[in-house]
Ligand binder design. Structure first.
Ligand code: FES
Length: 330
């Protein structure tokens, strides 16, 4: 009851309109590369420096992690398929059991499409990512007569207690704020985060601020999950070095295949594209040196430790890493 369904792009365009009409300015294709806290703060970008009294790091995962969120934000990928269907649900639904299935409709010109999502898994820890789409296609066809036309995957982080981290990156400082770990509830959690941060900057109290605080102490409720998640990271760090490489060179890679091999002391991630060209990069993640794993559905190198992702040229496309993987000549 009382659901509200938003068209994400139209929603964002309306927000943008309000923002710019009130004097805000948006600079696209401008990457923030550094942050110096102070009065004012200085943000270094690829287009020059920006000075501001307050800065909000809203880069999904904060690109400078001074609140040390990386062991507390656990990245997950999830999958979406969409297309026309014989039957459409009269609302938005999400299953309460595993495997998760979420359904809703989307307007597409004069058609209404069915959107099915689910099949989530921790980033870099699933090797047959194509199968995830197949599972959603099959389920949608069986229950709704779905004929998939579109598919995509997403990534989001969650915290050990399932609540986002919203607030200042340092206790006692009101210069720099962040908001992350929306646990796949970006519309609602993003809006709440915006209200909390706007209130903090304007000096107003907000009843949700303590609950979402970046520095909250929820150890008693979440210690077990924290230990479990970070033990998995440690296991990956050690085991992936010991088990990799599963191949001795890239010579036997067929077009479309990828794998990790060792060249001397170096671990190399190699992908042979459909045209037969070999692309090689270092397999060591530039964040904290875990070994990346191939994601065949997205054709990316994904890190199992904290979810950084790189394209097959080694370019970083998702943090916490901010540096590209080093290229290795074939
Ligand atoms: Fe942290 Fe790769 S994302 S080691």
């Amino acid at each position: 009851r009382d659901q509200a369904q938003f068209h994400p792009r139209k929603y964002l365009l309306a927000l943008l309109d309000v923002f710019t009409r009130n004097g805000g300015r948006v600079y696209e294709k401008t990457r923030a590369t550094g942050l110096n806290e102070g009065h004012p703060c200085v943000v270094e970008t690829t287009g020059g420096e920006v000075r501001a009294r307050h800065v909000v790091l809203a880069t999904h995962y904060p690109f400078v992690d001074r609140a040390l969120l990386f062991p507390r934000v656990h990245p997950k990928r999830s999958y979406v398929v969409a297309g026309p269907a014989d039957r459409l649900p009269d609302g938005m639904f999400i299953s309460s059991t595993e495997p998760t299935r979420s359904v809703r409709t989307i307007p597409d010109g004069d058609r209404t499409l069915l959107l099915v999502s689910g099949e989530g898994h921790p980033t870099g820890q699933e090797y047959d990512t194509e199968e995830r789409y197949v599972n959603l296609d099959r389920w949608g066809a069986e229950h709704f007569g779905l004929a998939t036309e579109y598919r995509w995957s997403t990534q989001d982080g969650s915290s050990v207690d399932q609540l986002p981290y919203v607030g200042t990156i340092r206790r006692g400082s009101d210069d720099v704020y962040t908001a992350t770990a929306f646990n796949k509830w970006g519309f609602t959690n993003g809006t709440t985060a915006a209200e909390i941060i706007a209130d903090a900057i304007a000096g107003r109290s907000n009843e949700w601020a303590d609950l979402f605080d970046v520095h909250r102490v929820t150890v008693t409720q979440s210690a077990e999950k924290f230990v479990t998640e970070n033990t998995k990271v440690a296991i990956h760090w050690v085991r992936d070095r010991a088990l990799h490489p599963q191949r001795s060179s890239a010579d036997d890679l067929a077009p479309g295949e990828a794998g990790v091999h060792r060249e001397g002391t170096r671990m190399v991630a190699a992908y042979r594209d459909e045209a037969g060209e070999l692309h090689q990069v270092s397999a060591i993640c530039t964040h904290l040196a875990c070994v990346v794993a191939w994601n065949p559905a997205e054709k990316t190198w994904d890190c199992p430790c904290h979810g950084s992702r790189f394209d097959h040229h080694g370019r970083v496309i998702q943090g916490p890493a901010v540096q590209d993987l080093e290229r290795v000549d074939p």
